[in-house]
Design a protein around this ligand. Structure first.
Ligand SMILES: C[S@@+](CC[C@H](N)C(=O)[O-])C[C@H]1O[C@@H](n2cnc3c(N)ncnc32)[C@H](O)[C@@H]1O
Length: 221
């Protein structure tokens, strides 16, 4: 998979893609990530990429031209163009699964007050990572890249993400490791029983309990 991230702040990504699972996916050749500064595409003599909003109001708005030209220079018939915006579709694990099958993702990070509405015309999807407003699309794009990359075949074991939260609309079950007793808190007996059927049943019941408690919306689905 190839991922192009269109950003005005490529330095924000230093470190994030050089550690842990994303780093492993890059080293294994499962994903290629390119940071593209769309300021390099502006035709403005002063390298401007934004301007004041028509109709007045606060903040600056990203202009069409640099982003249109940048996307057009990268886009192929295999590309999916994603615009990050708080007004987009809420990001879910099932979307991460769907996007992990794409060959090429182009992710546009907004900044400032937002972007010219016409930029939506060159995008296939608009995604929000949650009901809050961040300064820019850089952190949301890291969220997408991390969640998608770990699903690429061969990056982590299939068993790891099949047991993760949101698979089958359930939250993950609680896990414990050594020691068996820590500051008076004991590991549930069933987990040390060696009875795999009972362990599986216990974990399923715990997933159901936690989902009902913390995410009744998921449980109702
Ligand atoms: C300060 S925000 C603009 C917010 C915009 N005025 C609004 O209220 O929808 C600047 C940029 O950050 C990104 N952004 C902020 N919050 C986001 C979220 N929850 N999900 C996805 N992108 C977000 C978007 O790319 C957005 O264009």
């Amino acid at each position: 998979m190839r991922i192009d991230i269109l950003t005005l702040f490529p330095n924000m990504f230093q470190g994030v893609f050089q550690e842990s699972i994303v780093r492993r996916a890059i080293d294994l050749g499962k994903v290629e990530i390119h940071l593209v500064n769309f300021r390099d595409y502006t035709m403005d003599p002063h390298h401007k990429v934004d301007d004041t909003p028509y109709g007045g109001g606060a903040g600056m708005v990203l202009m069409c031209q640099p982003i249109f030209d940048c996307v057009r220079s990268l886009k192929t018939e295999d590309s999916k163009v994603i615009l990050l915006t708080p007004g987009g579709k809420p990001y879910r694990q099932e979307m991460a699964y769907e996007l992990s099958h794409a060959k090429h993702l182009i992710i546009i990070c907004g900044h400032y007050e937002g972007f010219d509405e016409r930029i939506k015309s060159i995008c296939d999807m608009q995604i929000s990572i949650g009901d809050y407003v961040l300064t820019g699309g850089e952190i949301p794009s890291m969220v997408l890249v991390d969640s998608i990359t770990r699903l690429l075949p061969g990056v982590i074991t299939d068993e790891s993400h099949i047991n993760d939260s949101f698979h089958n609309q359930l939250l993950d079950y609680p896990t414990y490791t050594k020691p068996r007793v820590f500051e008076g808190m004991e590991v549930p007996e069933v987990l040390t029983s060696g009875d795999h059927k009972k362990i599986e049943e216990y974990r399923y019941q715990e997933s159901v309990r936690l989902t009902k408690e913390n995410r009744p919306d998921l449980f109702d689905k």
